[in-house]
Design a protein around this ligand. Structure first.
Ligand code: CAA
Length: 381
């Protein structure tokens, strides 16, 4: 066993760290304040091959692998968390099309996603179906050479920016409910989106509802086989969850770094507060938990890269990293004291940004369900 990155992974980390710190971090507060979509950041990521890290070069990707992707995403999220989620969804949608799409779909959609010409989206959640993803009610009824989609989706990242969305819809109700996945292009008639959600954090990311009103999608846009959509969604989320673990770690690392430099400068009772054990222990606890979170995340990514099952490992990484990361951000605000509560310092933004990591792509409660079912022999593998 080797606890070392490869030369290429190391290079990616250095490159992305420098980009995130020099170009993304200085704008992150403004992006948050104005709820501005960080388009220029996503273009930079595309130029560097960071939107197609899980796609082979034959299809325009950089084929860097899941470990390198985890490293890069953590760095980006540490600079600007809203940019991080844009990167995560682009890579997730692209990978799903690569893994489950026809050759024609790959040729049509992947170059657009990888080059950042179009954003991608993943539309599973509905107003009445969040954790119970199988409970969706959007339907797709075959009609000639199309499927007619009817229903609505909620909280869709990139929903009004995406050129193509992977949309899950019910194609059979009886005798057994079956869900299929569709590649729905933004200009399709009958698709509309709501206004951007006014969120607690990740305020630069685009989150909207989507409505499908007799929206005709050509049959050639069915992703995978009819009825295979739920499995596609779950497999896609397995990988996505490793990404969310990385995102949590990136945000929390930025919060700890800010807290450490503040603790060195801030003086109380005649000494820098870094000299007080109360502060030292908060820093030590955060660093210890984040190390553990990072190792769990790398393990899940490594299993993915090496073709091993990783559903449970992805859930373990996500639940631990998002919760440990939240605690680290919370402590960082505490170390900053009253200043931590003010918008002029970054730690309150980190705390707001990280909260959603224990909610989206499956809540912490759902991750625990996935872990327990696997251990009890009730999981899917
Ligand atoms: N890989 C492959 N197949 C899987 C699977 C996996 N990880 N998990 C389940 N399946 C298969 C099962 O084998 C089963 O197949 P069969 O019908 O052939 O037997 C089928 O899927 C149904 O599985 P379950 O019986 O386990 O389904 P369930 O209804 O009990 O739900 C769940 C399982 C884990 C709770 C699932 O509903 C879930 O993950 N919920 C959370 C939803 C979620 O993560 N939403 C995130 C939205 S996307 C998002 O947040 C993106 C963003 O903003 C950026």
């Amino acid at each position: 066993m080797r606890f070392e990155l490869t030369g290429e992974q190391d290079q990616i980390r250095e490159m992305v760290r420098s980009l995130a710190r020099k170009e993304f971090a200085p704008k992150a507060a403004e992006i948050d304040e104005k709820s501005r979509y960080p388009e220029e950041n996503l273009k930079r990521l595309a130029e560097l091959g960071l939107l197609g890290m899980l796609i082979p070069e034959s299809h325009g990707g950089s084929d860097a692998g899941a470990v390198a992707y985890a490293i890069a995403l953590a760095e980006v999220a540490g600079g600007c968390a809203s940019t991080g989620v844009g990167m995560a969804v682009a890579n997730m949608a692209g990978e799903a099309i690569y893994r489950f799409g026809s050759e024609e779909q790959k040729r049509r959609f992947l170059p657009l996603l990888v080059s950042g010409t179009e954003a991608g989206a993943f539309a599973l959640t509905e107003p009445s179906a969040g954790s119970d993803a199988f409970g969706i009610s959007t339907v797709a009824v075959p009609d000639g050479d199309t499927y007619v989609l009817k229903g609505s989706k909620s909280f869709i990242t990139n929903g009004s920016r995406a050129g193509v969305a992977i949309v899950m819809a019910v194609t059979q109700k009886e005798p057994k409910k079956r869900i299929s996945a569709f590649l729905v292009e933004s200009e399709t008639r009958g698709i509309s989106h709501g206004k951007p959600e006014n969120k607690m954090g990740l305020r630069g990311s685009n989150t909207v509802s989507l409505s499908f009103d007799d929206c005709r999608v050509p049959k050639r846009n069915l992703l995978g086989e009819e009825g295979e959509g739920f499995r596609i969604a779950m497999k896609t989320l397995d990988g996505g969850r490793v990404g969310i673990a990385s995102q949590s770690i990136g945000i929390a690392r930025a919060a700890i770094e800010a807290a450490i430099s503040y603790a060195r400068e801030r003086r109380q009772f005649g000494n820098p507060i870094a000299d007080f054990q109360a502060i030292q222990w908060m820093i030590a606890d955060s660093a210890t938990e984040l190390d553990a979170a990072w190792l769990l995340t790398l393990r899940a990514a490594y299993r993915k890269d090496t073709g091993n099952p990783f559903t449970r490992e992805a859930s373990v990484a996500k639940v631990f990293a998002s919760e440990a990361g939240y605690r680290a951000c919370h402590r960082a605000v505490q170390i900053f004291g009253g200043y931590g509560y003010m918008r002029e310092y970054p730690v309150e933004r980190h705390l707001r940004d990280i909260k959603v990591t224990s909610i989206y792509e499956g809540t912490s409660e759902i991750q625990r369900t996935v872990i327990a079912r696997d251990l009890l022999g009730q999981g899917h593998r």
